[in-house]
Design a protein around this ligand. Structure first.
Ligand code: N01
Length: 542
């Protein structure tokens, strides 16, 4: 009982029902669901294997900061029962093995075309189809396009002069080679101290002859407390997996915990310290945020956590000057994503590890021998860039997308992204985005968010096909309302005032917009469901 309006063509054809761009966690699930409603679908993947984020980010120490039992698909109870996570926080190789297991188990590979980057997508109005071009010369037309291109998949150019002159090895954490990289006996630099740098630093330090960390802004790093999972623990968890998955779906951010009930400022110092100590010992990304209600909304409340973390840094790092340099003071706790680390601060006590403060000694250029700062030259054998991404909008704008009337997405988003529900932009019909801007995305456990969006998109396409409709577009007013709502919710928090990748401030020239929906995944899901139930309010179906 295939829905009406689908085209029965093999994926090698140049005419399919749907194209999915990107074979990471979102793309694979989107493929599975579109097959479920009978669509012929092809997935184009730029990399030479599937896995997306977990394919590219194979740097030393790469690990998820959401617990493995939570950071996984929930759509298949059988998958939940059969897969065995080995650690509390899974490392990149294990997550990639899981992705491959899912692709095999659900027979997804045959519709995935690797080593093929979608470069251009043009909407043919009269034909109601997208014409896609790729860097291999293959072209295809599709009724529907789903961009599962990742929220952090375009590495940011650190724009430091002289990189090409360096005679040693240069790596970016997000483009790590597949073959082993050994730093044994080498003098290594890491530039950047966000979550990637924080994970890489202790592991590289264990290998290298010397490690110099070039830091512009210190991060708040909480201990991960990673450990192996016991078989008894896993089976006890699995006995209640369905209820846990349901609780995840209903949660604010895709992780399950009891929400706080009091302001940090209502508690006295002893009570607060006890709460923060417990969170520190537990090792949870949201550990501190779940102590009190106002950590992300009140600067004074936030400062109590920030100072607690600084006190921990002072207690771990033996050199007081280094401890002070590592102490974040320029932005409130969690307004940039906090990091989970393993022995991060402890690493600075090692004799062969040093820290360069780029605020006082900026990099002037990279030279053939190393890195020259205003204080002199550091001789090096390898440089690791952990300098982040053009987040949330970068991967969509990397494709030359031309919508109705010849308008490009780059033009439409020149002042910042515009869409309805984070899903579709006006003038770009039948083009959906998963984990894109103005959706909960990066503020959540993305495995839960991506399932919610993929399921909504699939139901929407099914609705169109069953009703003999060809197009879903957005009214400009719905788009404007959604943008205003996302901004208004963000304005109630401390997020928008901070220079971060959440606000686009890390990429020179990028419009400054708070890029995620901060109202919670639970509320977002309700809004999306209400829109669908109401006959797709704000959208134009024809
Ligand atoms: O990138 P970032 P990331 N010269 O943008 C510095 C997720 N993630 O790859 O802050 C010198 O956070 C920059 O300094 P500043 C997670 O959501 C998750 O680390 O701009 N320094 C900053 O210190 C995370 O938030 C996991 O002053 C330069 C760093 O580089 C997101 O990915 C693991 C520079 C970039 O930090 C991004 O993390 C890893 C320059 N020219 C990542 N340019 C887990 O699940 C930038 N910097 C655990």
């Amino acid at each position: 009982n295939r829905p009406t309006g689908t085209v029965d063509q093999p994926p090698a054809a140049d005419r399919v029902d749907a194209v999915i761009v990107g074979a990471g966690l979102s793309g694979l699930y989107q493929l599975h669901r579109l097959r479920g409603i009978g669509l012929t679908t092809v997935v184009f993947e730029a990399g030479d294997d599937i896995g997306g984020t977990w394919y590219w980010n194979r740097y030393p120490g790469a690990r998820c900061d959401i617990e493995s039992m939570s950071y996984s698909y929930s759509f298949s109870p059988e998958l939940d029962q059969e897969w065995e996570w080995s650690e509390r926080y899974a490392a990149q190789p294990e997550i990639l093995r899981y992705v491959h297991h899912v692709a095999d188990r659900f027979g997804l590979r045959e519709d995935i075309v690797l080593r093929t980057r979608v470069t251009r997508a043009v909407y043919d109005g009269p034909d109601h189809r997208w014409r896609l071009s790729t860097d291999t010369g293959r072209t295809v037309t599709a009724r529907f396009v789903i961009l599962t291109t990742g929220c952090m998949s375009v590495p940011k150019d650190p724009a430091i002069p002289g990189v090409d002159s360096f005679v040693g090895a240069v790596h970016h954490t997000a483009r790590w080679p597949r073959e082993d990289v050994s730093f044994a006996g080498k003098r290594v630099a890491v530039i950047g101290t966000g979550c990637s740098g924080v994970q890489a630093v202790p592991v590289i330090a264990a290998d290298a002859a010397s490690l110099t960390v070039f830091q512009r802004t210190p991060a708040y790093v909480l201990p991960a407390r990673n450990r192996p999972l016991r078989a008894t623990e896993r089976s006890a968890f699995k006995a209640h997996y369905p209820e846990f998955r349901e609780a995840q779906r209903r949660s604010r951010g895709g992780t399950v915990f009891a929400p706080p009930t009091r302001s940090a400022l209502e508690a006295d110092e002893a009570e607060r310290t006890a709460a923060y100590e417990a969170a520190w010992d537990e090792g949870f990304l949201n550990g501190m945020l779940r102590t009190y209600t106002d950590i992300l909304t009140d600067e004074k409340a936030n400062e109590t956590v920030a100072e607690f973390v600084r006190s921990k840094i002072r207690s771990i790092v033996t050199d007081p000057a280094t401890a002070e340099l590592l102490s974040p003071r320029t932005f409130p706790f969690a307004t940039k994503r906090p990091c989970l680390g393993t022995d991060y601060y402890e690493t600075y006590n090692l004799p062969h590890v040093s820290l360069v403060d780029l605020r006082t000694s900026p990099i002037e250029r990279i030279t053939p021998r190393g890195i020259r700062t205003s204080d002199g030259e550091h001789d090096l054998d390898a440089i690791v860039f952990a300098t982040g991404f053009d987040a949330l909008t970068g991967s969509q704008l990397a494709i030359d997308i031309v919508g109705k009337g010849g308008t490009t997405l780059r033009e439409r988003w020149a002042e910042g992204p515009r869409n309805h529900l984070g899903l579709v932009s006006a003038g770009f019909p039948n083009l959906f985005t998963v984990l894109g801007p103005l959706s909960p995305s990066v503020l959540t456990n993305i495995t839960v968010s991506l399932e919610q969006q993929v399921e909504w998109i699939t139901d929407c396409i099914d609705h169109l096909l069953r009703n003999g409709l060809t197009e879903i577009d957005v009214t400009p007013s719905a788009e404007a309302d959604w943008g205003a709502r996302v901004a208004e919710i963000a304005a109630r928090t401390l997020y928008p005032a901070v220079d971060s990748w959440y606000t686009g401030a890390n990429v020179p020239g990028k419009p400054r917009v708070f890029l995620a929906y901060a109202g919670g995944l639970d509320r977002y899901r309700e809004e999306c469901d209400a829109v669908a139930r109401g006959g797709y309010t704000g959208f134009v179906l024809s």
